[in-house]
Design a protein around this ligand. Sequence first.
Ligand SMILES: [Zn+2]
Ligand SMILES: [Zn+2]
Length: 345
Amino acid sequence: MRAIVIHGEKDIRLEELPMPEPKEDELLMKVACVCVCGSDLHYYMEGGVNTKRIVNPQVPGHEAAAWVWDDRAPEYGLKKGQLVAIEPAEACRTCEACLAGKPNLCLNQRFHGGPPHQGALAEYFKANRRMIVEVPEEFSPAQVAGLEQVGIGIHALRKADLEVGQSVAVLGAGPIGLILMQLARAQGCGNLIVVEPVDYRREAALKLGADHAVASFEEVKALNGGQGVELVLEATTDPAAPAQAIEIAKWGGRVVLVGIPTGTEYAPIDAITLRTKELTILSCKMMGDEFHEAIYAVKRGLVNVDALFTHHVEMDRGIEAYKVQAEHRDGCIKSVIYPNGVLKK
Ligand SMILES: [Zn+2]
Ligand SMILES: [Zn+2]
């Protein structure tokens, strides 16, 4: 079968790999589509995400929609040919973090799509039953693959504790930033300002309901009556973003860090500003048990995920799709790769 494989920094190839062989507790899945994620781009551009480095050839892809393709499907309460979502983070459900209701912090987590666990950007994939999430029949493969990112947004908003009417700034209008701003709007936020240097992404933010979209964080205060915002949602790769978030947060405000920064450190933050405003800083790692809320948000149109999918390509153009998205070319927000042929709907 064909798969896209990352061998190291800027070394990505389309290769022939053996078919996956599902074990006793796994099912064979035929991949409908896989979205390219910001974290996949870190693997491609830097050869790793934070300290997780690519050592062996790595199949990326953790935002996937697939058809159950295993004759044993009925034994697992599924139908052969059924389109489902994949939860890439396989939690053990027995460790202290899992028992505390925080599966994203599982101490024995197997994340499929990051080393050493292979991802879904191939014609076939194997998945544990616990990773398979049933979805409404009317969802397109791309919508199904987008659910994981919506779940991350819901997880972040849950931490944000947003109240109706509060002002919000979203740093970054990539896929996650555009999901966060839509969720903040759906939850009744007040003035909504998106900060994004890339012009077509600012346009997307305005179309999806932002009140303002500006190129630099320095403009935020002027757009919010001269004072900072009550909530800052950070969704960039910029190590300086936390410092910027602290700068534009109002006294007593909250900052939620969602983005994965380039490298392993944030830029220094101003201690005096942070303390004297008495800010609350929160961080996020992926999503928890938010898949079903994500399904609801997409089904009810609270989040328009289709607006994020600017590029739909077959496997032959998958490598190109990585490059286009990494370089912010051709109006790209998010690419969807279809290993078994393009199926937009
Ligand atoms: Zn992702
Ligand atoms: Zn666990």
